[in-house]
Design a protein. Structure first.
Length: 204
């Protein structure tokens, strides 16, 4: 046995080194994946307080790092027509010179684990109508998609999330039900590139 080990020592040493390299590589991969997961921005959109027009829309930063909210937009499906509108700025009230900027816009930093009330469905619709320059009858619409776009990783990366709500009921008794409890994250290169173009066109 000893003679065999002496004869095959170099080969065994190479094999052991290769195994150790694989083990350390696996540990490094797990560490890197855990690091990325811990520092990945995750945006969650939820409905709160009730399920009608005055239900509140809450945007939460579920990541550990702060993000900067760049924009919020809605896409309404009304029959065979789709309308997209920016609802970032709060047009439902007259601006006051000495008020905080967050009282006039949704733009701004959002710390990890924090949440912000971006308004009710009724209020968000008012902003959409202002952006579109026309009235919108929710009774004629079947779906509203809410998208929140953020700058993450010290404003080096564009990310975000979106959620669709189905509109049910009749005039004066509408409800908004999400098709999924979870918020779909915007991570694909194509989707982020499209959003970047839209934001650049708006000079955000």
């Amino acid at each position: 046995m000893w003679d065999w080990l002496q004869q095959n020592g170099p080969a065994l040493n190479v094999m052991l080194n290769a195994v150790m390299l694989l083990v350390w590589g696996a540990y490094l991969q797990l560490f890197w994946m855990s690091f990325q997961r811990a520092n990945r921005a995750v945006i969650h959109i939820s409905r709160a307080a009730e399920d009608g027009r005055d239900a509140r829309l809450i945007v939460s930063n579920m990541g550990s790092e702060a993000v900067y909210i760049l924009a919020m937009q809605v896409r309404l499906t009304c029959g065979d027509r789709q309308m997209a509108a920016s609802v970032t700025d709060k047009v439902e009230r007259s601006p006051v010179d000495d008020e905080d900027f967050r009282d006039r816009t949704l733009q701004g930093p959002l710390a990890g684990g924090d949440a912000v009330d971006v308004g009710g469905f009724r209020t968000v619709l008012q902003r959409a109508e202002h952006c579109l320059g026309e009235g919108v009858e929710l009774e004629d619409c079947s779906e509203v998609e809410v998208t929140v776009i953020v700058a993450a990783q010290q404003a080096h990366k564009l990310l975000g999330g979106y959620k669709r709500y189905r509109i049910h009921g009749s005039e004066g008794n509408l409800t908004f039900d999400s098709e999924d409890v979870l918020t779909r994250q915007i991570r694909s290169w194509r989707h982020r590139r499209q959003l970047r173009k839209e934001l650049t066109a708006r000079n955000v």
